[in-house]
Write a protein that binds this ligand. Structure first.
Ligand code: ZN
Ligand code: ZN
Ligand code: ZN
Length: 379
């Protein structure tokens, strides 16, 4: 074969790996990617990256965002240090390998100082990182008060023996019960720093956005009047950005659930092409179904889940009629799924239309509004 003269890169792939193996550990769980935002000049990124002696791969998410993948913990650290120094805006995700272990201790008096608990656990030989009392907010006579609960979150280093943690029966000579934290697994994570979804503040170096006023500051630095109406930085409606009823949150949440449902219930061939949620795509785009080119998401889904020739063209998705044959089909579960998907995507269409209207309205308002922060917002 003389393919070697054509494309050395291709040949590299086909030639058996005769080189001595590199230090990269393949079996380790993947390191999370680092997402750079607001990139206006790729060459600046290239400059920083080439100054580092690390192995990496760049994936273009959109013209403003890049995803950088590295292959070792050391390189990950070098990368984050370098981009911090270069003052790039970026975020990443929790590394599942080094994720600390969290449990709840039930039974300690709510006023017990966390430091006492921490020191007690350390004296017992535990590699404990933090102890935090769990509180609950409640309204008394129209005033919001914070109530301490007899519950403490204990965070241990990832290397800690989890069995040993669960066998703890006493802390500060008080009988306790160690409980696992119930994870709201299906809830889409939201960053408390930038208010965007799919990542958390511990891994965010993006420009801060206030949960109350959508301004470019951390929420704790907000000077807005407490009675002034809130403004969501994701949809610009009058609610705090962490409101789970926000149309952006609901839309992303729906898609997350749809992805899960599809993964669990659909055989591979029938897999519905749920809109691909490229990290970094604008939420308005998501809600407008603009994430994957010109064709609308709903129309893609229509194609993929509806048997050929059974959709009446130019009708809204909600009015799709299946043939009588199909209705008599004994595969009840399948048609239930279709109905569910039909309803869901009709709803998405409605939300998209609403969002489009709102955006239109706000564009008009923004032009007359001198608030520079609004212009910076992507959504
Ligand atoms: Zn963030
Ligand atoms: Zn604010
Ligand atoms: Zn909102």
């Amino acid at each position: 074969m003389d393919t070697s003269t054509k494309s050395p890169k291709l040949v590299d792939k086909t030639v058996p790996d005769s080189k001595p193996k590199e230090k990269i550990v393949v079996k380790k769980p993947k390191l999370p990617p680092v997402i750079l935002s607001n990139i206006n000049d790729f060459n600046k990124v290239q400059e920083v990256m080439s100054s580092q002696n690390i192995k990496y791969e760049i994936k273009l998410l959109n013209n403003k965002q890049l995803s950088i993948k590295v292959f070792s913990e050391i390189d990950y650290r070098s990368l984050t240090e370098a981009i911090n120094e270069a003052k790039f805006e970026w975020h990443s995700y929790e590394n599942k390998v080094t994720r600390p272990c969290k449990v709840i201790a039930r039974g300690l008096h709510p006023t017990c100082k966390p430091e006492i608990i921490l020191n007690d656990l350390k004296a017992l030989g535990f590699n404990v990182l933090s102890v935090v009392n769990i509180t609950k907010k409640k309204k008394v006579n129209d005033k919001q008060i914070t109530d301490s609960l007899p519950l403490f979150t204990l965070t241990f280093d990832h290397s800690e023996d989890i069995k040993k943690v669960f066998s703890i029966t006493h802390i500060v000579n008080t009988r306790v019960k160690i409980e696992a934290i119930k994870k709201q697994k299906d809830q889409i994570p939201q960053c408390k720093r930038c208010q965007r979804y799919e990542h958390t503040q511990s891994f965010c170096k993006r420009e801060a956005r206030c949960v109350k006023c959508a301004g470019s500051h951390l929420t704790i630095h907000c000077t807005m009047d407490i009675k002034a109406p809130a403004k969501c930085s994701n949809c610009h409606e009058a609610h705090p950005a962490n409101y789970r009823g926000c149309m952006v949150a609901k839309e992303l949440q729906k898609r997350r659930l749809a992805r899960k449902k599809v993964d669990v219930t659909k055989p591979k061939q029938q897999k519905v092409s749920t809109p691909k949620l490229t990290r970094g795509v604008s939420y308005s785009d998501v809600a407008r179904n603009n994430t994957s080119g010109s064709a609308s998401v709903s129309s893609q889904v229509k194609k993929s889940i509806t048997p050929k020739g059974k959709v009446k063209s130019n009708k809204s998705f909600g009015k799709i009629q299946t043939t009588p044959k199909r209705q008599k089909s004994p595969r009840k579960n399948k048609s239930n799924e279709d109905t569910f998907m039909t309803k869901m995507f009709t709803k998405i269409d409605e939300i998209s239309a609403r969002l489009a209207k709102i955006e239109k309205r706000y564009e008009i308002n923004y032009n007359g509004t001198p608030r520079s922060i609004l212009k910076k917002n992507e959504y």
